[in-house]
Design a protein around this ligand. Structure first.
Ligand SMILES: Cc1ncc(COP(=O)(O)O)c(C=O)c1O
Length: 392
């Protein structure tokens, strides 16, 4: 059997970008508005084409994109933004940053939204922000219809869903605005970075200006001049722009997106099939209209007590595999009870229960199936050891 692969490393940057990086370093043209046709502009054109949207705005992170998305909606101060409780702390943080109030909704054992709670809470919500956490898509048909009925906007946090589709449509294009991340542990790696996509020319113009397109730099963006002129000098400049170096790194990886998605899915499904054979593991199935683009795998431990789960963490980590159990590691940023900065607190027993047994393992698309097999073996043999009492 092959060695346990290093799953911590991010996706490598293709060599072919080196000449452009060297050029950018030697001419110092890192600021996106210094020249015409910058790498950031190219990224926006290419990305919107790939996603099939009218407009794209490259920014410094997905959190920045979420913040600009919320600001562009011009919601009143403290407006209530409904979002799943299973997400990363940066997501409710972007809501707080925009002077709005996050309202957390329960998620079930399959990591997706609990619609009983969602339908109750949407009645008093002013906007919905769906975090497709770890690339798990909740039923978008229900979410779209609920938002339509409530007549409120929908933002998609697609940080983990680049390449995922729902009924053939790209995730991130179903709501009013979609936001993606290029932080190192995402499908495309620029260290940091994000992108905002929409078909709405007015929301786009507002986001472009607020991202830091001061004076007439909006001319270097896609979009409709009518709305740029309408909002000129009327909005704060938050300066959340992407620099050309990050954009060049992403441009070089864009042609690899399709193959990374295929490989990520293959690795995930191969590993899921092996793990799901164990009676002490459950890997929630995808929903029928969903075509996933995973770079990690999540599974639940079944019928294991706290001592056994502790032992599971100990054995897997001793074998060189980092298995995160969201609710059990101290100060975990994906455990909602650690978000003490929220203006309101929420009792969410279903989500809490799920987080206490849900395991998370990175499966970067660069892994091969032998390496996925080695990962599965570590997990399965740890469980065998525990359940056969060998470790007792
Ligand atoms: C679900 C989710 N949304 C948004 C973000 C924020 O992304 P960024 O680091 O680009 O701000 C993250 C960060 O990993 C995330 O996990």
């Amino acid at each position: 059997m092959v060695d346990i692969p290093n799953v911590k490393d991010a996706e490598p940057i293709p060599e072919k970008v080196m000449s452009e990086v060297v050029k950018l370093l030697s001419n110092g043209d890192l600021f996106r508005y210094n020249s015409e046709g910058s790498a950031a502009e190219k990224l926006e054109v290419n990305f919107s084409k790939i996603m099939g949207t009218q407009y794209a705005l490259a920014v410094s992170s997905c959190s920045a994109a979420l913040f600009l998305a919320l600001k562009s909606l011009s919601l009143p101060q403290n407006a209530r933004v409904l979002m799943p409780a299973f997400t990363f702390a940066a997501v409710p943080s972007s809501v707080v940053h925009a002077n709005l109030t996050p309202v957390l909704c329960e998620c079930g054992e399959d990591y997706r939204i609990d619609f009983k709670d969602f339908k109750k809470k949407i009645k008093s919500a002013d906007a919905v922000l769906i975090s497709h956490m770890r690339g798990h898509t909740s039923d978008m048909d229900v979410i779209l219809s609920e938002c339509k009925q409530a007549n409120i906007p929908l933002i998609e946090d697609a940080a983990h869903s680049l390449g995922t589709t729902w009924s053939g449509k790209n995730i991130g294009t179903l709501g009013d605005i979609g936001c993606f991340s290029f932080q190192s542990y995402k499908m495309l790696n620029a260290g940091e970075g994000g992108i905002f996509i929409t078909d709405d020319p007015e929301l786009f113009a507002k986001a472009v200006i607020m991202s830091g397109a001061y004076e007439h730099n909006w001319m270097k963006h896609q979009g409709d001049q009518v709305y740029f002129k309408k909002w000129q000098n009327k909005l704060p400049l938050y300066n959340l722009r992407m620099n050309n170096l990050s954009a060049a790194l992403i441009n070089a990886q864009l042609p690899e997106l399709g193959s990374r998605v295929q490989k990520g899915r293959l690795n995930h499904d191969f590993t899921a099939e092996r793990l799901d054979r164990s009676p002490w593991i459950s890997v929630p199935a995808k929903l029928e209209p969903e075509q996933r683009a995973p770079d990690s795998i999540q599974f639940n431990l079944v019928d294991m007590n706290s001592t056994e789960i502790d032992l599971f963490e100990e054995i897997t980590s001793g074998s060189g595999l980092n298995v995160q159990i969201f609710g059990r590691t101290k100060n975990n940023a994906r455990a909602f009870w650690n978000w003490q900065f929220l203006p309101e607190t929420f009792e969410l027993p279903k989500t809490r229960k799920m987080l206490m047994t849900a395991c998370d393992v990175r499966l970067p698309s660069r892994l091969n199936l032998d390496e996925c097999e080695a990962i599965s073996e570590v997990i399965l043999s740890a469980i065998m050891t525990i359940k056969s009492g060998v470790a007792a």
